[in-house]
Design a protein around this ligand. Structure first.
Ligand code: SAH
Ligand code: SF4
Ligand code: F3S
Length: 458
């Protein structure tokens, strides 16, 4: 038949995301906000009608990557224009917030610069950018809650999902840009969080990771309207049928309160894995960092968490070479790492961020010295990670299977401790939480067998 409906072809949206999981979440929300305008996700920047760079400002290298990507996109945008088309180029996220004006000065071909608090205004910005010559910039911290402006319909995230419950940070660690790029701490109300969690579960998600730059400082309005706490929110979420697994990140040691620690022992659905950044093991450096806890405070929290949930595994963030860090301070960090015992960790060389107090502090550490400390620390952390993964061998643990494995006939999933787990087994396992026996622990993953396979071999 010749009378096929005449629909406008979808516009192609390509999003590149750097930085933390909150940026991953925000990228998905920006795609949701643009869907009603006819934008559908595209894996390719070359033929995209709109490209969004969702950027991170946490360390030097993160910022440099944005400018090198912009150089590449300028050529694609030019080629598009020469072919009679148009590519709208937007820079979002924390670099946009911190360096909006500089981006437009260095890359005048950018059409839209938007801060992390303004993405609900994207449709209007796109409309303005399509009409106007000249760039649109919005890096305000609006007083209204951007989450109130999100469309109800959102693309499903799959079996494992992220849900932002808190944003911004009031801690002002001396080295960190986040309080400047994400603004003051803000918690979403419990009712909004529960509604979004129920929607995710209805769309098929079985594991939800609650996100926030300082997630355990969450103090959104509870059921009675009064400020609540993360421990209580976790308990409320655990009542949702078919939400099997709950996680949260990233936490600050100062906000690990009694109720949240108790929840780790009492709520089976709260997974036994916690990312709790320590940054340093030296009290002198912790004070210079304005972390407002000591090494002993941190170790006490770890001890109490493990008393509540003996199988809890920890991960952390560590910075080496913070201004003022001596060799003895670094040795204290190694000692804390040995004492706490981490299943996983992220470690970074201190990177001076413009406008933060540490950038102007005396005692900046030489780059070569930072490199040496990082290598020494990473060797220890690798050793601990491998030891932890090997200690899982022989255990039978529930794995949430999320997709096909690397090799044909394999399925892959996640352990309670967030390891990727590979099993030879049928695709029908995907979407189930199934107990499997761990038979090998590698550096970054585990191999397991199904109980039936064991019987067959016996
Ligand atoms: N909100 C989280 C983490 C934010 S950023 C927290 O409070 O811990 C993620 C990690 O990046 C930090 O934990 C820190 O280890 C690292 N980081 C932040 N600023 C840094 C800087 N200027 N140089 C090097 N690493 C940094
Ligand atoms: Fe940055 Fe510190 Fe806030 Fe974490 S707690 S986001 S490190 S200022
Ligand atoms: Fe980066 Fe901003 Fe997240 S600086 S780590 S994207 S909060």
């Amino acid at each position: 038949m010749n009378d096929a409906p005449t629909t406008t072809p979808p516009k192609r949206l390509h999003v590149i995301t750097w930085g933390c999981q909150m940026n991953v979440y925000d990228s998905a929300r920006m795609a949701d906000v643009l869907a009603p305008l006819g934008y559908a996700p595209s894996p390719d920047a070359g033929d995209a009608d709109m490209v969004i760079l969702n950027t991170c400002h946490i360390r030097d290298r993160a910022t440099e990557k944005v400018f090198s990507e912009l150089g590449r996109l300028r050529l694609l945008k030019l080629a598009r224009e020469q072919a009679g088309g148009r590519m709208i180029l937007a820079v979002a996220g924390c670099v946009a917030q911190a360096e909006g004006e500089q981006i437009l000065a260095r890359a005048p071909f950018v059409d839209i610069v938007l801060g992390p608090q303004t993405y609900h205004g994207l449709p209007e910005m796109v409309a303005r950018a399509s009409r106007a010559a000249g760039a649109v910039i919005d890096t305000e911290f609006p007083t209204e809650d951007k989450f109130d402006h999100l469309p109800d319909a959102a693309a499903p995230q799959g079996l494992t999902a992220f849900l932002t419950i808190q944003e911004g940070c009031d801690k002002f660690c001396a080295f960190c840009v986040v309080p400047y790029t994400r603004g003051a701490e803000h918690s979403r109300p419990q009712a909004a969080v529960l509604a979004e969690a129920r929607r995710l579960v209805a769309q098929g998600s079985r594991e939800i990771t609650l996100l926030g730059q300082n997630v355990n400082a969450w103090h959104g309005a509870g059921a009675d309207g009064a400020p609540s706490s993360l421990g209580r929110l976790v308990r409320a979420l655990a009542e949702i049928p078919d939400l099997w697994r709950i996680r949260y990140m990233t936490s600050h040691p100062r906000d690990m309160d009694d109720d949240l620690i108790a929840a780790h022992g009492e709520v089976a659905r709260l997974m036994p894995f916690l990312h709790l950044p320590v940054q340093s093991g030296s009290d002198r450096v912790l004070a210079a960092m304005n972390r407002r806890h000591t090494a002993a405070d941190y170790l006490r929290i770890v001890e109490r968490l493990r008393a509540a949930r003996p199988d809890l595994a920890l991960s952390t963030d560590v910075i080496v070479g913070h201004p003022g860090e001596s060799r003895a301070d670094f040795a204290a960090t190694l000692a804390l790492v040995r004492q706490a015992g981490f299943a996983q960790a992220f470690s970074f060389k201190y990177s001076a961020r413009p406008g933060t107090p540490a950038a102007a502090a005396p005692g900046q550490v030489d780059e070569a010295e930072k490199d040496a400390r990082l290598q020494e620390l990473q060797a220890l952390l690798r050793e601990q990670q491998t030891a932890f993964n090997r200690s899982c061998v022989g255990l039978t643990v529930p794995v949430l299977f999320t997709g096909p494995g690397r090799h044909p006939g394999q399925v892959a999933g996640r352990s309670p401790w967030l390891h990727p787990v590979h099993v030879t087994g049928p695709a029908m396992l995907i979407g189930t939480e199934t107990p499997v026996k761990i038979v090998a622990g590698h550096t970054n993953s585990l191999t397991a067998t199904l109980p039936q396979q064991e019987r067959a071999c016996a």
